[in-house]
Unconditional design. Structure first.
Length: 390
């Protein structure tokens, strides 16, 4: 049976596998299958499938960049984690050590010039406990050195550049203290109102403190621009405005003293005060005398308890720039007390015409009269006393 090409109809050899005319594949004849079912796709179709297969094969053989990129990213993350966390921990450093800022080197202390704002002690150690005072730096004197921390770990001290000791900085300033035109001799004054204390004699300077009325201040002296330098309890000094007014108040209301050493009269005003004290003492004595006692012996002891006792009356009055702080009636004498030391009181009384010896004694016919330092109970009322009596 003759064979023909199913594509172009050309007669074919019985054993031909391809058409010599069009190149189509000649199907193998199977008696049990219709020829139409045995048709094999044309060669061009087979060639196209072959090309597609080659492209897929070539794609599979090339590098997978997505997979490579993902792997590289994961590796970078692992390395970053290691250096941020594991590496320092393995080296013994904590996270706190890693985030703590590097210490900043302290600025080296340098020598600077300072002034003493009050008489300042020079000590052999930068501490007030267990140290020895080796000298004194007077108010207004300049010195140089570097600031250091004291042995207590909190206070500040100046280590002198000459190596001869230490001064507490509370008594030092970089600004020279002002000139004192009138000394007030550390006079104690109780404020009559709220008072502001400044670092310098200028209200534009730093405000150190504001004290309430009734506060006791130690007045050192009056400056040229009407400020008073006050000594602070914690050390150092400060300044309060309206100095002239305060200086006048500090001495109190003027009082007249017309002292007569031969009669122990201190003048009408003070003599009247002594008279009132005498009246009170006599009234107390009489009340004790009229009291009922279990025995005369008990009465005698009660009366003797007040006979030798001094009676004081506090004052704050001004006499020629002196502050009269109290008067006292003793058993056989009377005294007037002053805030100033004896030398200052002697100077004032001499200026008023009194003859006062070097030892403070004042000539008298039959009585003792003189000026001296206070002692015992009287020291609570002043630094000196003018006394007259037996």
């Amino acid at each position: 049976m003759a064979k023909f090409c199913i594509q172009c109809g050309t007669a074919l050899n019985e054993v031909a596998r391809y058409c010599g005319n069009c190149g189509a594949v000649v199907p193998t004849t199977d008696p049990g299958v219709p020829i139409s079912a045995q048709v094999t796709p044309a060669a061009p179709v087979i060639e196209r499938q072959s090309y597609a297969s080659d492209e897929v094969s070539e794609h599979k053989k090339g590098p997978n960049w997505l997979l490579i990129g993902g792997g590289a990213g994961l590796l970078l993350l692992l390395l970053l984690y290691y250096f941020l966390f594991l590496h320092d921990d393995m080296a013994g450093n904590s996270l706190e050590d890693r985030v703590r800022p590097a210490p900043v080197a302290k600025e080296a202390a340098i020598d600077k010039q300072y002034y003493a704002v009050a008489d300042a002690n020079i000590r052999d150690k930068p501490t007030t406990q267990g140290s020895t005072v080796t000298g004194k730096l007077l108010r207004g004197t300049a010195t140089t050195g570097k600031m250091i921390v004291g042995e207590d770990g909190t206070s500040d001290w100046l280590e002198l550049a000459d190596g001869k000791g230490y001064i507490a900085t509370v008594n030092l300033s970089e600004i020279q203290p002002p000139e004192i035109v009138k000394s007030l001799g550390d006079k104690s004054w109780t404020t009559d109102q709220s008072i502001e204390i400044w670092a310098q004699p200028d209200v534009a300077s730093t405000l150190i403190d504001r004290v309430a009325a009734g506060t006791s201040l130690s007045l050192f002296g009056l400056t040229a621009n009407d400020f008073i330098e006050v000594k602070l309890k914690k050390g150092g000094v400060g300044y309060i405005a309206d100095g002239a007014r305060i200086a006048a108040l500090a001495n109190g209301k003027p009082i007249a003293i017309a002292f007569n050493p031969n009669s122990c009269s201190f003048g009408p005003e003070i003599d009247a005060m002594f008279s009132k004290i005498g009246d009170k003492l006599r009234a107390s004595y009489k009340a004790l005398e009229n009291k009922e006692y279990p025995s005369e012996e008990a009465r005698g002891k009660a009366l003797a308890s007040i006979e030798g006792k001094s009676s004081y009356e506090k004052l704050q009055r001004n006499y020629e720039g002196l502050t009269v702080t109290a008067i006292a009636q003793h058993y056989e004498s009377q005294s007037v007390y002053f805030a100033e030391p004896p030398a200052r009181v002697i100077e004032v009384l001499r200026s008023k015409g009194h003859k006062v010896g070097k030892d403070g004694s004042i000539p008298s016919t039959d009585l003792y009269a003189g000026i001296g330092a206070t002692s015992g109970e009287g020291a609570r009322f002043g630094k000196s006393e003018l006394t007259c009596g037996v």
